[in-house]
Design a protein around this ligand. Structure first.
Ligand SMILES: Cc1ncc(COP(=O)(O)O)c(C=O)c1O
Length: 310
């Protein structure tokens, strides 16, 4: 029977327990210094097939392990263990709806910001209805952040760790304070990097353009998905290159993408209008295909989906 949200079951230290009993030491390095790496993994419920599908699960775990390696966090869980624990947690809750699963490896116990042990993990499912459908009605009005994106020589955006989100937080809070929905952050060279929790694409003369991975962006799974969909299913040319700020003001369409955002159109940047206050044609096509793929409607991409229930 499905567990209600306030009593949902989470995985912590090898046990599946009620979320209210899941406790972490206040003196642990994760609590004091944000010493953790994590993934937000989307699962989509297909009514037609009566199945919950995790999207690109092993790609998330590969990135998790790379983040872990870069922060030199003890390598405690194999890919198989990460997967089994993930599936066990969702099955224990019996969720048959769209969810996002937060899978976090952190440094527990008493230690400092330089500790490499003791690694621990929690896995928490969070019910989450399809978000981009809401944004389609509203669209995003963005600004360019006055904050600079972290870079590979300071705090690498390639690492998906809690501490990196402080840079995103500064940028997002500034945007909200100034009446925008979200923001686009420039890198140390003044080139476009990404949003606080999403990657960016622009469309110019029918070509899809996105910043290169070395321009201070997370190696986003949705970004890679969009590139593949555009090339293979829509026959659109995709270019990965540095993008100037002024290209954002003059592009034909733009969108942010990420596991959480899915594909979300941008309506304006710094009050410069883009695509007349509605989602552009190509953005709409990519968005629809993306939702079809994640919900198991496109046979050719079923290998990206892991069925949760047997
Ligand atoms: C800074 C940043 N960029 C991009 C993304 C999108 O990554 P993904 O598509 O793997 O969810 C995220 C989301 O985690 C993010 O935090």
């Amino acid at each position: 029977m499905k567990t209600d949200v306030s009593n949902r079951l989470v995985w912590l230290g090898g046990e599946i327990i009620n979320v209210n009993n899941a406790k972490i030491n206040v003196l642990s390095p994760t609590s004091q210094f944000g010493l953790n790496v994590f993934e937000g993994i989307r699962c989509y419920w297909s009514k037609e097939i009566q199945q919950l599908y995790a999207f690109r699960l092993m790609d998330h775990f590969t990135r998790l392990k790379r983040s872990q390696k870069l922060l030199m966090i003890e390598d405690k869980y194999s890919l198989i263990e990460l997967k089994e624990a993930f599936l066990d947690t969702i099955r224990a809750n019996d969720y048959k709806e769209d969810i996002v699963v937060r899978q976090t490896i952190f440094i527990d116990g008493f230690g400092s910001w330089a500790s490499v042990e003791s690694a621990n993990m929690f896995i928490a499912p969070i019910p989450k209805a399809n978000t981009s459908a809401e944004y389609i009605k509203k669209g995003l009005n963005c600004c360019i952040s006055s904050w600079q994106r972290i870079n590979d020589n300071s705090l690498s955006p390639r690492i998906k760790c809690g501490a990196n989100y402080i840079n995103s937080r500064m940028a997002q809070r500034e945007a909200l304070r100034n009446g925008y929905d979200t923001t686009i952050i420039l890198n140390k060279d003044g080139k476009v990097s990404e949003g606080p929790g999403s990657c960016l694409f622009i469309i110019k003369d029918g070509i899809l353009i996105t910043p290169v991975l070395t321009d201070s962006v997370l190696e986003s799974i949705t970004r890679a998905t969009v590139i593949q969909i555009a090339k293979e299913l829509l026959g659109i040319e995709v270019i990965e290159r540095s993008i100037d700020r002024t290209e954002l003001y003059t592009c034909d369409e733009a969108f942010l993408c990420g596991s959480s955002m899915e594909i979300t159109p941008i309506y304006s940047v710094d009050r410069y209008d883009i695509s007349g206050g509605s989602a552009g044609e190509l953005t709409t096509k990519i968005h629809k295909i993306y939702l079809d793929i994640v919900t198991g409607k496109v046979e050719a991409y079923m290998e990206w989906l892991t069925p949760v229930y047997v």
